[in-house]
Design a protein around this ligand. Structure first.
Ligand SMILES: Nc1ncnc2c1ncn2[C@@H]1O[C@H](COP(=O)(O)OP(=O)(O)OP(=O)(O)O)[C@@H](O)[C@H]1O
Ligand SMILES: [Mg+2]
Length: 340
């Protein structure tokens, strides 16, 4: 199978592992999606990488016209990607928008409907990476509905259509997930074997794999962060504390509950009404994933995490996004590290 070329820690590498996800993408390519598929997962778990890989496979192995959009890409030329044969359509649409990158999601939808009209019964894929963050929680539903309309009431007939949207936005999950038109698939951090391959790409003088696994729980972005920070767990954890605004007031207010959640994230699931607001805060700050689906394969893209892994902070219903996130809370509370 073809592999997308990706950048990881400043190195150009090929997409690794995720064998089950690749099979699932092939299945989607073969039959098309009749709903909008939303890939949801912890920050940095590999959603963008997966969508890039999907683009590669859909375009090259399955002859789809692909429109991929990422409104918050670090580089502007990564914001909008498309199959070269539709470049005229793309140019026409871009000319209609005064500032294309502010309205990039509308641009992508517009390109998609023109592709349907321009080509005879095409295969079309629309891949939207991290759009909820860009359009905002309020508009997430409207955009998903617009995408569904493209599937259900296309401006011209198509052979197959695949619509994938990715998000790490915990708050939008409920809003979007409650509709019949969205199919939610959760992507977890990488399984050990694949994560080891990424670890192997990094140059030597690195900590033992066991330690890296214990700190990151298989999250590739966390691995990248550690590497870029000279493997200083302390620095990375401090960045999380600052970035998620884990202030004295916040930890003071929620101390009792946070201490229990650090020991066992499922405490937040079984906790009383009084933790509801805390849960919201932790989801909004991208520290936990709340309401993990059953580990039944249907709900997951790629391998689900284990039922429970206390060492990595994974509970049955609630998980810390990575052990580093849990560690940040622990340190903000002024408690001893478990990392040693
Ligand atoms: N299967 C993979 N093979 C190779 N590299 C990967 C894979 N998954 C993730 N990466 C790399 O790990 C890093 C983090 O992944 P990525 O950016 O895809 O995560 P994300 O879930 O999109 O993050 P965010 O929530 O910040 O959008 C990137 O450098 C990416 O290229
Ligand atoms: Mg991403």
């Amino acid at each position: 199978m073809r592999r997308a070329r990706l950048h990881f820690a400043g190195i150009e590498i090929e997409f690794v592992d995720r064998d089950r996800a690749l099979k699932q993408i092939e299945e989607l390519a073969e039959r098309g999606t009749w709903r909008v598929y939303i890939v949801y997962g912890p920050e940095g778990c590999g959603k963008t990488a997966l969508l890039r890989q999907a683009k590669e496979v859909l375009e090259k192995d399955f002859d789809y016209y692909v429109v991929y959009v990422n409104p918050i890409a670090e580089k502007v030329d990564e914001t909008l990607r498309f199959t070269p044969t539709i470049k005229d359509v793309v140019r026409e649409v871009l000319n209609l928008f005064p500032s294309p990158y502010s309205a990039i999601v509308d641009v992508a939808i517009s390109i998609a409907s023109r592709v349907l009209k321009r080509f005879s019964r095409p295969r079309l894929a629309v891949l939207m990476d991290d759009v909820f963050q860009a359009v905002g929680v309020d508009k997430a539903e409207i955009y998903v509905k617009t995408l569904l309309n493209l599937i259900e009431y296309p401006p011209a007939s198509y052979e197959k259509i695949v619509v994938l949207v990715s998000s790490s936005e915990g708050l939008t999950r409920r809003k979007v997930g409650r509709h019949r038109w969205a199919e939610l698939l959760t992507l977890w951090n990488m399984p050990r074997k694949g994560f080891y391959q990424l670890y192997e790409f990094l140059p030597r003088e690195k900590p033992l794999f066991e330690d890296v696994w214990r700190w990151t729980g298989g999250n590739p972005k966390a691995l990248e962060e550690l590497y870029r920070n000279g493997w200083s767990v302390e620095r990375v954890v401090n960045k999380v504390i600052l970035g998620r605004d884990l202030t004295y007031t916040f930890t003071k207010r929620w101390r009792e509950h946070l201490e229990k959640a650090v020991e066992d994230p499922d405490y937040l699931w079984y906790g009383l009404d009084e933790v509801e607001e805390l849960v919201r805060e932790l989801v909004e700050r991208n520290l936990i994933v709340y309401h993990l689906p059953p580990r039944n394969y249907d709900y997951w893209i790629d391998q689900p995490p284990p039922e429970k892994d206390p060492e990595l902070g994974i509970g049955r219903y609630v998980a810390w996004q990575t052990p580093l996130h849990r560690e940040a809370v622990r340190r903000a509370l002024g408690n001893d590290s478990v990392f040693g």
